[in-house]
Design a protein around this ligand. Structure first.
Ligand code: AMP
Length: 223
């Protein structure tokens, strides 16, 4: 089963992708994760993309397309995969269509104001990638909170290390990323609908995690 999961920042894509992986036993290919791992390991690719990712800007299509094509050639993708964060532009979708047939696009819908609220609470533990949300869940056990309720610092449950906001989760970057999503990524839904209206399933991302997954499972029933 070849699936794309799409939706604005903080719509729950990563969480739902992990549940799909567990249920359907297919690899999760997240271009954002690939870039973050390369940046952390200071690879050549990492050096090329860091200026874009830190600024919350899209990495040039040619670069992303090559990386995804290579990844899809690996054996574990033979029985299917779930793509997360790719395609993000129409040229990326066109390039993808040349190498594989996409069978479902799961689009998680969430209004901008909810995305912004969720992102402002997202904190990550640098070494492990463990992700928390200081306003929703999973909340870190240990937080320093000011009298007005503002979170001053937060800490990883397992190591006690301080956890931080991703550079591209800072408010000014988030606005830019949501704009990019609406201008460049959302049209991908129509692109696939024009091919076949049944390809795209729209899911209400305001629901709780299990209800979102339930809707996704139902939409993938015939696979
Ligand atoms: P994400 O974790 O999916 O939000 O990705 C983090 C960052 O990686 C984005 O803000 C972009 O700079 C870059 N990125 C990830 N996927 C793509 C893509 N398909 N096209 C262009 N840039 C991407």
């Amino acid at each position: 089963m070849n699936i794309i999961i799409m939706g604005p920042q903080a719509c729950g894509k990563g969480t739902q992708a992990a549940k799909i992986v567990e249920k359907f036993n297919i690899p999760h290919i997240s271009t954002g994760d690939i870039f973050r791992a390369n940046i952390k390991n200071e690879t050549e690719l990492g050096k090329k993309v860091i200026e874009y990712t830190n600024a919350g800007k899209l990495v040039p299509d040619e670069l992303v397309i090559e990386i995804v094509k290579d990844r899809l050639k690996q054996d574990d993708c033979a029985k299917g995969f779930i793509l997360d964060g790719f395609p993000r532009t129409i040229p990326q979708a066109e390039a993808l269509d040349k190498v594989v047939k996409i069978e479902k696009i799961v689009s998680i819908e969430l209004p901008d104001e909810v995305c912004i609220e969720r992102i402002s609470g997202r904190f990550v533990h640098n070494d492990s990638g463990r992700t928390y949300n200081v306003y929703t869940s999973p909340k870190p056990v240990k937080m320093d909170v000011a009298a007005d309720g503002k979170v001053i610092a937060a800490y990883d449950d397992e190591t006690g290390d301080e956890i931080f906001q991703r550079e591209d989760d800072k408010p000014e970057k988030v606005i830019k990323r949501l704009e990019d999503f609406h201008n460049q990524t959302e049209p991908i839904k129509q692109y696939y609908k024009d091919k076949d209206a049944n390809l795209v399933v729209e899911i209400d991302g305001k629901q709780d995690i299990d209800s979102v997954f339930n809707d996704i499972e139902n939409s993938l029933k015939n696979y």
